[in-house]
Design a protein around this ligand. Structure first.
Ligand SMILES: CC(C)(COP(=O)(O)OP(=O)(O)OC[C@H]1O[C@@H](n2cnc3c(N)ncnc32)[C@H](O)[C@@H]1OP(=O)(O)O)[C@@H](O)C(=O)NCCC(=O)NCCS
Length: 359
């Protein structure tokens, strides 16, 4: 077996793009095995597009080959503007080649590469079935989520010295009839004071809102629960918002943002991301209400307003998927009220190199 380091493909279809295709195929396979569908999957284009703003995040790949056949791939994501102590890692091996040391070899090389880059905090995710906390499961310090430590991903990461930092709960929603969504949005609107107004856009962030969108992104990185993971505030300026819009477009993704304006500034937002290659499903991503404006019904307002406009935006849409920290009871309660039901768990694992406990 040969282990090599490789740079990300320069363009879709260029040399190395097949590694993103394999990575997406293997992760879709994990989802199909666990849940019978790949609703939570990401297209190769979407994964690759994350590599196209190296000022923000650099990708490095580690590849295992035997007789010219790729057996598995590790992808390292190296943040460049902030969180420069972290390397985000994913390792995936073809099912027929598992349990013969391929994953371990990919991990060793990826960990060495991360250390050379000065990254001493490795962070990785797994997809997991929903399990009740109790004997035979593991939980993070906060939240009531649990993970089965014997699943492939968790067993592998635990064997490599990782610990569980957080359990995310993935929830799915089948969109109700349009009339019902509109009624819910109208009721929610009438319960919120008129000093707040709704703002919506599709695609790139309008220049009018770019500063506010940057501030909301920063708040997103400081205000949401991150378990015991050492995630530090993100540095987001208007240029980064523009470059993330461009990355999203290069990944073939569309976006609908629903926000709330108060005194000329945005104070809350929720983003829905849609991949036309999976036309029936969309991801409800970041949702945030700035601290000073919490308790005014804005979380429910933006979500109901967003749900009521989804069909007009993407006529084939039927389902939404979202993820929340299992300790984020406020957001989970809103989601449950909207009809979201838990479908999966995701374990967030971290490993700090000895000797670099706080860096
Ligand atoms: C996790 C994964 C990468 C492991 O790849 P692999 O080639 O089977 O890994 P290795 O053979 O090098 O195993 C390394 C160690 O992991 C542990 N391990 C891996 N799979 C395991 C399982 N199903 N049950 C128990 N332990 C397991 C063992 O300690 C193993 O050592 P051993 O084989 O000496 O017992 C592979 O199962 C996979 O691609 N899974 C889907 C993607 C994923 O979940 N990735 C991990 C999160 S980033």
């Amino acid at each position: 077996m040969e282990i090599t380091r490789e740079a990300p493909a320069a363009a879709p279809g260029a040399p190395g793009y097949d590694l993103y295709e394999l990575d997406a195929e293997l992760w879709d396979g994990v989802l199909l095995d666990l849940f019978g569908n790949d609703d939570l999957g990401q297209s190769p284009l979407r994964r690759w597009a994350e590599s196209t703003a190296p000022r923000v995040t650099r990708h490095q790949l580690v590849v295992a080959r035997e007789n010219g056949v790729v057996l598995g791939v590790a992808l390292l994501e190296l943040p460049q503007l902030d969180n420069r102590h972290i390397a985000f890692l994913s390792v995936a091996v073809r099912p027929e080649h598992r349990r013969r040391g391929v994953g371990g070899a990919l991990f060793d090389e990826a960990a060495a590469l991360a250390a050379e880059e000065g990254r001493h905090d490795l962070q990785a995710w797994t997809w997991d079935r929903l399990v009740e906390p109790g004997a035979g499961t593991i939980s993070a310090a906060q939240g009531d989520g649990a993970i089965d430590p014997t699943s492939d991903g968790a067993a592998f990461l635990l064997s490599r010295g990782f610990t569980l930092a957080q359990v995310d709960l993935m929830s799915g929603l089948t969109l109700q009839a349009q009339a019902e969504l509109e009624q819910l949005a109208a009721e929610t609107r009438s319960a919120v004071t008129a000093r707040y107004s709704l703002v919506q856009w599709r695609g790139d962030t309008p220049e009018r809102w770019i500063e506010d969108a940057a501030a909301l992104q920063v708040a997103m990185s400081t205000d949401i629960p991150t378990g015991t993971a050492d995630l530090r505030p993100e540095l987001v300026d208007p240029d980064r918002v523009r470059s993330e819009d461009r990355r999203r477009r290069e990944g073939g993704l569309d976006e609908l943002v629903t926000a709330v304006e108060h005194d000329g500034r945005l104070v809350a937002f929720t983003r829905v991301i849609h991949d036309p290659s999976r036309p029936e499903i969309a991801d409800q991503w970041d949702t945030l209400v700035l601290g000073a404006h919490r308790g005014n019904g804005l979380g429910l307002l933006i979500k109901t307003a967003s749900h009521a406009t989804l069909r007009a935006t993407w006529p084939r849409i039927r389902r939404l998927i979202t993820g929340n920290a299992s300790e984020n009871s406020w957001m989970l309660a809103i989601n449950r009220r909207l009809g979201y039901r838990p479908v999966a768990a995701s374990g967030w694992f971290t490993r700090k190199d000895p000797g670099h406990g706080t860096e």
